[in-house]
Design a protein around this ligand. Structure first.
Ligand SMILES: N[C@@H](CCC(=O)N[C@@H](CS)C(=O)NCC(=O)O)C(=O)O
Length: 215
């Protein structure tokens, strides 16, 4: 199977996670960020992740891919556990995370930005939503203070390093994808359980963090 994706994309991270967790081999194919034709030919629009199955068919939507792969061997790993407070935390901090992550993303060594036009495509698209990246970067200290405070709150909900709710659940896909995005941001202070959790999940899911490149 082949997973067409962007390395920086949190939805793609969710789809990648299940392959690592289940130990199922997959070929990762990173598309250039301004390649409209390839994904459109597969699913009718420019959106990733896209799973190319062995029969040649294409499946979009990260969580559909996650559950399809999870059920493939008849031994699903994902439990029904759910923490409503954690979902609210993710929603409440979504914009702040984007304000920190997006201005840095085109400067991190992601293969989808291998060409200048691919990087420009991302920058233009996201600046239209969030505002000028240079301006956002000047707000870094304020944003860091807010995210560091929020992470202290998150710390109290981490029941286990292998599953935020004590065992693997959908919440882990949403949470780890966000923490992986944040790993490209320098200056974040991870409380102990958050740190253990993101390191363990990165290793179990085979999705490396971006700490060493953080800016
Ligand atoms: N609901 C979709 C959302 C996927 C999504 O929004 N992917 C973004 C990349 S992070 C995308 O392809 N956006 C179009 C673009 O980048 O031009 C999923 O969960 O897979």
């Amino acid at each position: 199977m082949k997973l067409h994706q962007y390395d920086h994309c949190p939805f793609c991270v969710k789809a990648r996670m299940i392959f690592g967790l289940k130990g199922i081999p997959v070929t990762l194919n990173i598309l250039l960020n301004d390649d409209v034709d390839t994904p459109t030919a597969m699913i009718g629009k420019k959106m990733v992740p896209i799973l190319e199955k062995e029969d040649g068919s294409f499946m979009p939507e990260s969580m559909d891919i996650v559950h399809w792969i999870d059920r493939l061997d008849g031994q699903p790993l994902i439990s029904q556990r759910h923490n409503q407070e954690l979902s609210k935390w993710l929603d409440d901090n979504h914009f702040l995370v984007n304000q920190l992550v997006m201005p840095r993303t085109p400067h991190l060594p992601f293969a989808e930005f291998a060409t200048e036009s691919a990087r420009a495509y991302y920058t233009n698209a996201k600046q239209n939503i969030l505002g000028d990246f240079k301006e956002l970067l000047t707000q870094t200290d304020d944003y860091l203070e807010r995210i560091n405070k929020a992470l202290v709150q998150l710390n109290s909900w981490i029941a286990c390093e292998r599953g935020v709710n004590g065992e693997l659940s959908e919440d882990d896909f949403h949470l780890f994808a966000t923490l992986r995005s944040l790993s490209g941001v320098k200056g974040i202070v991870y409380p102990e359980k958050v740190e253990t959790y993101r390191q363990k999940m990165a290793s179990l899911c085979d999705v490396p963090l971006m700490d060493e490149y953080a800016i």
